[in-house]
Unconditional design. Structure first.
Length: 298
C-alpha cells in the first residue's frame, strides 16, 4: 500500500517545517480522495480540487512525496483490484466493469502498459502464449534468447552446463506459456543483438518488458544510458523522480529480464563499485570492457 516519505518531513529545517506540513497534508488528502473514489476514475482536476492545489502543483508534489503521479497511483489501485478479481476467476469484462473502467479495452490497455501482457495472458500466467527460445554464442558466453510474437521477451546468459538453469529462471516469468526450442527463429534476434553492424536507430529492436510500473520506469531509464557510460543507482532514482528509492532501483535492475539490451550492466553502486549482477560480476566486467572497445572504434 502507499506510504509517504516521512523522512522529508522529519528532516525539514525549522523554517520550512510549516511548508512541509502543508505539502504533506495536501498529498494525504489527495491519497484519501483517490483511495475512496478510484472506482469512478476521477480526473486530475477533481483530485487537485480535493487537495486545494492546481493540477500541475498536485502532479509534481505527489510525485515528489509518493514516487509516482496521482494518475499512476489510481491506476495501481485499479490494476490491483482487477488482478484480485481475475485471481478469483472473474471474467475480463466483469473485472473491467467492477474496477470502474468502461470496458475490457481499457483494462487491456492498462495491463499492456503496466504488465506488458493482456489481462487474459496475465490471468493465465502466459497460458496460450507461445515463446520460442534458443541458445546462441555471444561475446559473453552462451546467450538464451526468448522471443514472443511482440518481439524479444528475454535475454539471459549461461556458462557451460548451466543452460537448463538459465531457462528455468526465465520460465518463472511466464510459467504457463508454451516454450518451444527454435534456434532458427531466435538466431536473427541474437545476430541483431550482438552484431554492432546491425544496430540501426531507425529500426529499433522490439522488446516485451515484463514488470511493474516502477520496474519498467527503471528499465526505460537504463535504455537512455549511452554505451560506454555508467550511472549509480541513486542517479537512476533521481531521474525517475524517486530520489530515496536507490534500493528499490537496485532490486528492479536485478530483475531486468532482457539483460545487455536493457543495459543493467551500466548501473553501478554509489562508490562506482560493480556491485552484484544476476549473470555474474565477471560477465558484467566483460560487457563494460566490450562496450568501451566498441566506443573506441567509432
Amino acid at each position: 500500500m502507499m506510504t509517504l516519505d516521512m523522512n522529508e518531513l522529519r528532516l525539514a529545517k525549522p523554517g520550512t517545517q510549516n511548508a512541509a506540513l502543508r505539502d504533506y497534508d495536501s498529498v494525504r488528502r489527495a491519497i484519501a480522495f483517490i483511495s475512496e473514489r478510484w472506482r469512478t476514475q476521477p480526473t486530475i482536476e477533481a483530485m487537485a480540487e480535493a487537495s486545494s492545489l492546481t493540477p500541475d502543483e498536485l502532479h509534481h508534489l505527489f510525485r515528489r512525496w509518493a514516487g509516482l503521479t496521482p494518475k499512476g497511483f489510481m491506476q495501481a489501485l485499479t490494476l490491483d483490484h482487477a488482478k484480485n478479481l481475475l485471481r478469483d476467476s472473474a471474467s475480463v469484462l466483469d473485472a473491467a466493469l467492477d474496477s470502474g473502467l468502461s470496458g475490457p479495452g481499457r483494462l487491456h490497455d492498462l495491463f499492456v502498459t503496466h504488465e506488458s501482457m493482456s489481462p487474459g495472458e496475465w490471468k493465465s500466467g502466459g497460458e496460450g502464449m507461445t515463446l520460442r527460445f534458443g541458445f546462441h554464442p555471444s561475446p559473453f558466453g552462451t546467450a538464451l534468447v526468448i522471443a514472443s510474437e511482440r518481439g524479444l521477451a528475454g535475454l539471459a546468459f549461461a556458462d557451460p552446463g548451466e543452460e537448463p538453469a538459465a531457462l528455468d529462471d526465465m520460465r518463472r516469468r511466464w510459467p504457463k506459456a508454451t516454450y518451444i526450442e527454435d534456434y532458427l527463429a531466435t538466431a536473427p534476434l541474437a545476430q541483431r543483438i550482438f552484431d554492432k553492424k546491425l544496430w540501426r536507430p531507425e529500426q529499433p529492436l522490439r522488446v516485451t518488458l515484463i514488470g511493474t510500473d516502477f520496474e519498467v520506469r527503471v528499465w526505460e531509464t537504463l535504455l537512455k544510458i549511452p554505451m560506454g557510460h555508467a550511472v549509480c543507482y541513486s542517479d537512476i532514482a533521481r531521474k525517475i523522480e524517486s530520489p530515496k528509492a536507490s534500493r528499490a532501483v537496485g532490486a528492479a535492475v536485478g530483475k531486468n529480464p532482457i539483460s545487455f539490451v536493457v543495459p543493467c550492466h551500466r548501473a553501478l553502486g554509489k562508490s562506482g563499485a560493480l556491485t552484484g549482477y544476476h549473470w555474474g560480476i565477471t560477465r558484467k566486467q566483460a560487457m563494460i570492457g566490450w562496450e568501451a572497445g566498441q566506443v573506441g572504434l567509432q
